[in-house]
Write a new protein. Structure first.
Length: 341
């Protein structure tokens, strides 16, 4: 089983292959992934033979309790740079998300290039990570089923609020992204913001919970007319066949093509305006994803969403989403029926 120590060892091997002496991380979830400690202010994790975290004074107690890596209190960039140089570090990899304002502090003292070593580690989930994603999904789906969507007389905003409240009451740390409750013509907006208006038809809800740091993600669309049902059926076919196609050894883009071809064959290819899915974990969007350009070969242990959709501008939209764990094939996490109308 992969552990935090093995993640560090794997990254050190990558550093040696690419002739780097250290790797600097500041993204909170990357720091947490490697050390177990999630910053609340800022932190610099330097992966080297003896990894170290420079944490803010506000976080020293938290980091001391949670981190598996040595922690020092951050004093200044000059002190940190001086300590690294005193260890003979002259070149360093950085994560691509490092803020430019931070990069300029280091560029004069080190030879720097960006690498995605942690992303590569995070693509394959451990059994413990999958268990947390599964629990987050269980909480989110249970909460969804407790909603009295049609009979509560509430607005989109109120339904979204109720769903978040239920997830927290059922054990979630928080919602994994801003909950989407949208209806009527607004459902043609993939990332619609809930409005202070009564629910219309159809109703699209995209939601997720966080449990012990790990995210879940589902979408369901409830339809009410023959025309809406026709679109729902097409999206459901794309959803089911994409899940069936996902298995180790094939490329992510090939799964996207399965869903996209089905929707295109029905004449709605230009109405499917996003990728078929994305990985998730500590972040709601991780790599790889089921997109037209992602040629990552699927491996056992990956966790990726499948969420095809059709969006008819000014009319309505339908999206259906589940999260799958890759084992010998794609297995849906959770047991919420696709059709909940």
């Amino acid at each position: 089983m992969l552990t935090m120590e093995s993640h560090v060892d794997n990254i050190l091997n990558d550093l040696r292959k690419d002739d780097f002496q250290a790797y600097m991380l500041t993204q909170f979830t990357n720091v947490e992934y490697i050390s177990g400690y999630r910053p609340t202010s800022f932190a610099f994790l330097i992966i080297k033979e003896d990894p170290i975290i420079y944490a803010s004074k506000m976080d020293m107690e938290l980091a001391g309790n949670d981190s598996s890596v040595e922690v020092r209190e951050y004093e200044s960039f000059d002190v940190m740079i001086g300590e690294l140089k005193s260890e003979g570090i002259r070149n360093m990899a950085i994560e691509p998300t490092l803020p430019f304002s931070t990069y300029v502090k280091f560029r004069d003292d080190f030879k720097i290039d960006s690498r995605t070593y942690v992303d590569k580690q995070r693509m394959i989930k451990t059994p413990d990570e999958i268990a947390r994603i599964s629990k987050a999904t269980e909480i989110a789906q249970k909460s969804f089923l407790q909603l009295d969507i049609l009979n509560n007389g509430g607005s989109e905003k109120e339904v979204a609020f109720d769903l978040v409240r239920l997830m927290i009451e059922n054990g979630a740390d928080k919602e994994s992204f801003d909950t989407i409750v949208t209806s009527g013509s607004n459902s043609s907006l993939p990332h619609a913001i809930p409005q202070a208006k009564s629910l219309d038809q159809p109703i699209l809800i995209d939601w997720g919970a966080v449990f012990e740091g790990y995210c879940s993600d589902n979408t369901r669309t409830m339809v009410y007319t023959e025309g809406q049902q026709e679109i729902w059926d097409i999206v459901a076919e794309a959803h089911d066949k994409a899940i069936k196609a996902a298995k180790p050894g094939i490329k992510c883009c090939e799964v996207d093509k399965v869903a996209r071809d089905i929707i295109s064959d029905y004449g709605y290819g230009d109405k499917f305006i996003h990728s078929t899915g994305h990985s998730l974990g500590l972040d709601i969007h991780e790599t790889p994803g089921f997109s037209t350009r992602d040629e990552t070969v699927i491996e056992k242990g990956m966790v990726i969403t499948v969420e095809p959709g059709i969006y008819l501008e000014g009319e309505f939209g339908v999206r259906l989403e589940d999260t799958i764990e890759i084992n010998r094939k794609g297995k849906v996490i959770g047991d919420l029926p696709l059709d909940i109308s």
